[in-house]
Design a protein around this ligand. Structure first.
Ligand code: DC
Length: 221
């Protein structure tokens, strides 16, 4: 199977780009962050403190998380409820960052991710795809952008939804998430040795997408 691994910090544009690349190549897009978010949502709903490792792990073992592809897009289910949109907020995002530090949570989700990639051509995005989940990926990209730029994109994205958020606070939150994702003991966010670094700070979405398509074509040539 061919597969493309896209890792990078929060807000670098991974999911937007990964979806576009998948569509152009006819691959399936797998959003692994959604799986950590579903576990975080399950903990929040059960009133479990994300710092309570034993109970988070128990919740993760008991939660039924399933991925389905409906009209080509990924839907994530928690105990048979479609939570695809429910998981897209800062509270769940920060919770996902917190539960993702536990090795026992990671190993369960990594297994699911590897199973998905075993039978299908995928573009998978996350933090440890090139380093842990798909170490033999056809192409590995490490997509990043400055904290300032990522915060601006986030503020604009929220403004489009009619929500005003503070730039400085957003910057601080992104920096905090980067710190936790890069310094955790289990599979920290880091560029794989054989990944190609793409800094999207002053690139358009199309430029980033086209660079990845070109890199992929070179990788299989
Ligand atoms: O990409 P995202 O914002 O949906 O990810 C939410 C959190 O989940 C992120 O802060 C860290 C964690 N995560 C991870 O540890 N490994 C992955 N492969 C994907 C996400």
């Amino acid at each position: 199977m061919a597969n493309i691994a896209i890792d990078g910090p929060a807000g670098a544009g991974k999911s937007t780009i990964a979806k576009m690349v998948a569509k152009e190549l006819g691959f399936v897009y797998v959003d692994t962050g959604a799986m950590y978010r579903a576990i975080a949502l399950s903990c929040i709903r059960s009133g479990i403190d994300v710092k309570d490792e034993e109970n988070v792990v128990k919740e993760c073992e008991n939660a039924k998380v399933t991925i389905k592809y409906i009209n080509g897009s990924q839907k994530i289910f928690l105990d048979d409820e479609d939570v695809t949109s429910t998981i897209r907020n800062e509270e769940v995002g920060n919770g996902a960052s917190a539960v993702s530090v536990y090795g026992r949570v990671r190993s369960r989700l990594v297994k699911m991710q590897q199973e998905l990639a075993a039978n299908t051509d995928v573009v998978m995005d996350g933090r440890d795809i090139g380093t842990v989940v798909l170490p033999n990926a056809t192409l590995k990209v490490f997509l990043t952008a400055s904290v300032e730029e990522r915060a601006k994109r986030r503020v604009n994205e929220m403004a489009e939804k009619g929500v005003t958020v503070d730039l400085e606070q957003t910057k601080a939150e992104i920096a905090m998430r980067d710190e936790r994702d890069t310094t955790r003991k289990e599979s920290p966010l880091k560029q794989a040795d054989d990944a190609i670094l793409l800094d999207s700070t002053s690139m358009t979405i199309d430029e980033v997408k086209n660079s990845i398509i070109n890199l992929y074509k070179k990788a299989i040539a």
